[in-house]
Ligand binder design. Structure first.
Ligand SMILES: C[S@@+](CC[C@H](N)C(=O)[O-])C[C@H]1O[C@@H](n2cnc3c(N)ncnc32)[C@H](O)[C@@H]1O
Length: 168
């Protein structure tokens, strides 16, 4: 598969999973968390999907398109290892959705980061909330959901957070 095809499949999977998540959390209150601002593409899509919700973004730097930069209250700058444990003090309520798009090209780094994030992110989520992610997570109480039609298993991941969310 060409790198162009691979990129198209990745961003298509992101879009389809986020669109499905928007339908699934319609009745679940809470803000949205974006891990990995990057260019701001998925943040911009989240703004379209969740115009009524607050969106908090985590990244170590701001390097996004100028029209896709959160205001200071919603941009949590720094390494996730430092900012995630402090997340509760920045976010106004348990989150209904977290989108994690932190992947680098290094598989071992991605797995180590996912291991670190999982239990800490669980504390920020509301019961029944969703995690949409480029990485696999193995967290107690998180249930893997079916992907949208056309998204190959393993390309993206959707988890529903269990009843003990936020109580860890
Ligand atoms: C693939 S890009 C995100 C792309 C973005 N979702 C988009 O649609 O444009 C990954 C981002 O994660 C950030 N990142 C990766 N590891 C991080 C860490 N440990 N702490 C903070 N940010 C991190 C990088 O700085 C980068 O901006």
């Amino acid at each position: 598969m060409s790198r162009l095809d691979s990129f198209i499949r990745r961003v298509t999977a992101q879009r389809e999973c986020l669109n499905l998540a928007a339908r699934l959390i319609g009745d679940i209150p809470g803000p949205v968390l974006e891990f990995g601002l990057g260019n701001g593409r998925t943040y911009d899509h989240l703004r379209e999907l969740f115009a009524e919700r607050e969106i908090y973004v985590f990244d170590r730097r701001v390097a996004a398109h100028p029209e896709c930069i959160p205001d200071d209250d919603h941009m949590i700058l720094g390494d996730i290892a430092e900012t995630l444990p402090l997340g509760q003090s920045r976010i106004n309520a348990p989150a209904a959705l977290a989108h994690c798009d932190l992947g680098t090209g290094v598989r071992a780094d991605n797995e180590a980061l996912a291991d670190y994030i999982g239990p800490r992110l669980a504390r920020l989520m509301t019961p029944g909330g969703l995690i949409v992610s480029d990485q696999e997570y193995l967290v107690d109480g998180w249930v893997s959901l079916d992907l949208p039609d056309g998204v190959k298993p393993g390309r993206y991941h959707i988890y529903r957070v269990g009843e003990r969310a936020g109580a860890l």
